[in-house]
Design a protein around this ligand. Sequence first.
Ligand SMILES: Cc1cc2nc3c(=O)[nH]c(=O)nc-3n(C[C@H](O)[C@H](O)[C@H](O)COP(=O)(O)OP(=O)(O)OC[C@H]3O[C@@H](n4cnc5c(N)ncnc54)[C@H](O)[C@@H]3O)c2cc1C
Length: 279
Amino acid sequence: MKPAPFGFAKAKSVEHAIALLGEHADARILAGGQSLIATLNMRLSAPKLLVDINALDELKRIAVAGDWLEIGALVRHAEAERSPEIARHAPLIARALPHIAHPAIRNRGTIGGSIAYADPAAELPACLLALGGEITIASKAGRRTIKAEDFFKGLFETALAPGDILTGVRVPVAGADGRYGFAELARRHGDYALVGLAAAARADGKALRDVRLAFFGVGATPIRARMAEAAVGLGTDPVVALARDLDPEGDVQASAAAKKHLAGVLLRRVAAQLREARP
Ligand SMILES: Cc1cc2nc3c(=O)[nH]c(=O)nc-3n(C[C@H](O)[C@H](O)[C@H](O)COP(=O)(O)OP(=O)(O)OC[C@H]3O[C@@H](n4cnc5c(N)ncnc54)[C@H](O)[C@@H]3O)c2cc1C
């Protein structure tokens, strides 16, 4: 199928992009195009105007600012994968990136596009939630920052409003006591996960504190498993506690029972990773 006709404009700055979005009630941002173009071609969406933000160099930075690592919205997955700053300061994201799709898609797909699209089976939204990350947004009203836990609202639904541009994300810089775990199960490497888990904690001697477990592929948004978090911290069996955290529905990939079982399998793997010393 071919997309419905649409207009096209190339933004020269964030302010220009905001102005273009304001001119049309049904305008959409084009970043890497890896999800958007497919939805246009399948006529799942038919915006009147695409605002291409690919020329905005100000959204391509990766930098440390105080206690935060900032990653611009237009950083491609493949660039993030090769970034020494992300490897050093956000090892959880570095671990998750190779699981996103295939190299050709990672060459074009962007960090901001992945967070804005908010696929419930995507890796990066769960990583942001596990890390206590934040999302930065620009609009006609100015700039604002939203915590990841307040950003993902429902199925493909976020706190972004019409006219908003996601300018970047930021996560706390990993400390020496930071411990991270990541695992997912997919039918083939690079497919969207059936179930996945991103996790962060702090080592306190032999114990773990501030455990944050963010599952994906088990609901409309990434989901914190708070009972299991407490169990990991206390050293009790987290899989027993997990039964009270997750109530996944089945989908085309797996039944509800299979997802529940797989979530438990991943939890055991990731809990073991959290206990490992960092290299
Ligand atoms: C075959 C295939 C397999 C894939 N597998 C995975 C996978 O396993 N895991 C995974 O996470 N992803 C996967 N993806 C998706 C991929 O990661 C996309 O790149 C990503 O979801 C969207 O990023 P993009 O830059 O291409 O965004 P686009 O496709 O350009 O945009 C996606 C949506 O986000 C909006 N948007 C984009 N950038 C911004 C911004 N800065 N501010 C506001 N709104 C914005 C757009 O308007 C659009 O609605 C897969 C894609 C394909 C085609």
